[in-house]
Design a protein around this ligand. Structure first.
Ligand code: PGA
Length: 315
């Protein structure tokens, strides 16, 4: 139900804040903030969540797909689709491709100084270098042109046994290497059915709290319910908004209101060109991590375009 945020509510929030933290009011996308309330919030330093805007971040996760020829064609196609659909996108959004590790340098080269996209690794190791056959150093990813790395994807957690402690170590080393981690978190179907979603999310967030605050500030989160990944069954807008609000509240309690306002939270799990717009307007969601649907450049271009600022005003 839509509510009005009034000056009285701002005064109350300000009175009740303990002085150490800025007062914070959660407001839904449809809630109306009166002009008087907005002005007063500015004067008293009260943050209204619906007044915050974070730069959209849209990342393609190719997983174990594609080769050099595919990437070459893909890059040209994406550039041409974006020129038609959304020519200003590089100024307004972060658009990133996460190809398999051997293609990171190739992608960086093809993107010609990041004019088409920036590049991410899909995973990186907890150490800088050494006798770790088959692992990829985040320092090497950086040297090959990556700016980002996906960390703690559910496939890594499930198939390769990555724990929250390992995720925390990976975050730390990746940031030391100069990368921005995209940390994935989400419940599986069993956990959702048995009402454990929030417990699981809280547990996974411990990786964020295990690293120094200055490091945590660099992290981007991706809420990816495991049951929605690669299944064509994406979570409903209400389910996504609910978990996203839970994540921000949990972070607010641990790291403060400014931190929780600033961190970007993406959604991932069967995002495609048809449902992207619906996802782009969900309160608190700042972008998408896209697997299967990102493999067609034209579809990824449509997904990026769903995050145009004028389409998601007030988010
Ligand atoms: P999907 O994958 O879009 O194919 O569901 C998302 C992801 O795993 O990042």
């Amino acid at each position: 139900m839509r509510r009005f945020i009034t000056a009285d509510e701002i005064r109350k929030a300000s009175r009740e804040s303990d002085g150490n933290e800025r007062a914070f009011i959660f407001a839904e996308k449809d809630d109306v903030v009166t002009d008087e309330a907005r002005d007063l919030a500015r004067t008293l330093g009260v943050v209204i969540s619906s007044e915050i805007s974070r730069r959209p971040f849209i990342c393609a996760n190719f997983k174990m797909n594609g080769g050099p020829g595919f990437l070459d064609k893909y890059t040209a196609e994406l550039a041409s689709c974006m020129a038609q659909l959304y020519p200003d996108y590089r100024a307004q959004a972060d658009v990133v491709i996460a190809p398999p590790a051997p293609l990171v340098a190739v992608a960086y080269g093809l993107s010609a100084k990041k004019t088409v996209y920036s590049v991410a690794g899909q995973n990186s190791y907890i150490k800088e270098s050494g006798a770790f056959t088959g692992e990829t150093s985040p320092y090497l990813l950086k040297e090959c042109g990556a700016d980002y790395v996906i960390t703690g994807h559910s496939e890594r957690r499930k198939l390769f046994g990555e724990t929250d402690a390992v995720v925390a170590q990976k975050l730390k080393t990746a940031i030391d290497a100069g990368l921005v981690p995209i940390m994935c978190l989400g419940e599986n179907l069993e956990e959702r059915k048995t009402g454990k979603t929030f417990a699981v999310i809280s547990q996974m967030l411990t990786a964020l709290y295990a690293i120094p605050l200055e490091y945590a500030k660099k992290v981007i989160l991706a809420y990816e319910p495991v049951w929605a990944i690669g299944t064509g069954m994406n979570a409903s807008s209400d389910q996504i908004a609910e978990v996203c609000a839970f994540i921000r509240k949990n972070i607010m309690e641990k790291l403060g209101v400014d931190f929780s306002n600033a961190i970007r939270i993406l959604y991932g799990g069967s995002v495609n060109e048809t449902n992207a717009l619906e996802i782009a307007v969900i309160k608190g969601i700042d972008g998408a991590l896209v697997g299967g649907a990102s493999l067609k450049a034209v579809n990824f271009a449509k997904i990026i375009s769903a995050f145009k600022p004028d389409r998601r005003s007030g988010n």
